[in-house]
Design a protein around this ligand. Structure first.
Ligand code: GLP
Length: 236
């Protein structure tokens, strides 16, 4: 696992965009794994500004709240449309996100894994990092789940995400998320980590061992992970 430290979140976003651009240019029909949260916003803005050709790209998002309507402005479907998809030339039928409207969550998770497998898996996965070490919505626990699954959000994640809602009691308490195996099947992974609040977790990630209590620590086992960190997260 390689770590690169950047002076600012702006230079970090620009470097991440270089990596995505390289991927798109070397394989125009790449499968990109995408993330939500505030961290990837700089990268998405940079990708939009670069006017890259996404016409053959397919996108699979990591997770979605459950249950939630796609039109809800807190849904990740809405987030992706507003912050990336509607600004680039990706085809809407090439954009996949777990369906927060599905009646049967387990059937939806199975469908999502099968679909991703049929597409041949993710070439380049973008990940954010939860303050508690979650990736996607794989929360710290005694056991982690391999495939895409429905999961309950921890109190710490609900509190962390409350800033996007009017109050913490409006944050959904469950989500559909790619599992550890789904994420690990990506050929290449970039983790974006910015801001003071990620100081403790970034140090746990690089200085401590592998534990399900810090799901991101399992990334130490993946052969191609680059962690991009800004000085605010690195120095605290
Ligand atoms: C969210 C998402 C994750 C994201 C993380 C960090 O809850 N499910 O995919 O990486 O938490 O969010 P942020 O970038 O806003 O700190």
């Amino acid at each position: 696992m390689k770590k690169i430290v950047f002076e600012s979140d702006v230079s970090l976003a620009s470097f991440a965009a270089d990596m995505v651009q390289k991927q798109i240019e070397s394989k125009p029909d790449s499968i990109l794994g995408l993330a939500t949260g505030s961290t990837p916003l700089g990268l998405y803005k940079e990708l939009i500004d670069r006017n890259l050709d996404f016409s053959k790209i397919t996108a699979f998002n990591l997770d979605e709240y459950y249950p939630i309507q796609k039109t809800d402005d807190q849904s990740y479907a809405y987030f992706m449309k507003e912050n990336l998809f509607k600004h680039i030339n990706i085809r809407p039928e090439h954009c996949f996100i777990p369906n927060g409207e599905a009646k049967d969550a387990d059937a939806e998770c199975k469908r999502y894994d099968e679909l991703l497998e049929a597409y041949g898996g993710v070439d380049l996965q973008i990940l954010g990092l939860g303050e508690n070490g979650h990736i996607g919505f794989n929360e710290p626990d005694e056991e982690l789940v391999a495939g895409t699954h429905k999961t309950a959000l921890t109190q710490s994640t609900i509190q962390a995400n409350a800033r996007f809602f009017e109050s913490a009691d409006q944050v959904p308490t469950a989500a559909l998320t790619m599992g550890m195996k789904t994420i690990f099947s990506a050929k290449k992974i970039i983790v974006l980590v910015t801001g003071k609040k990620k100081h403790d977790i970034i140090h746990r990630l690089f200085e401590k061992g592998i534990t399900t209590d810090n799901p991101a620590s399992l990334l130490q086992l993946h052969p191609d992970v680059t962690v991009l960190v800004d000085t605010a997260a690195e120095e605290g």
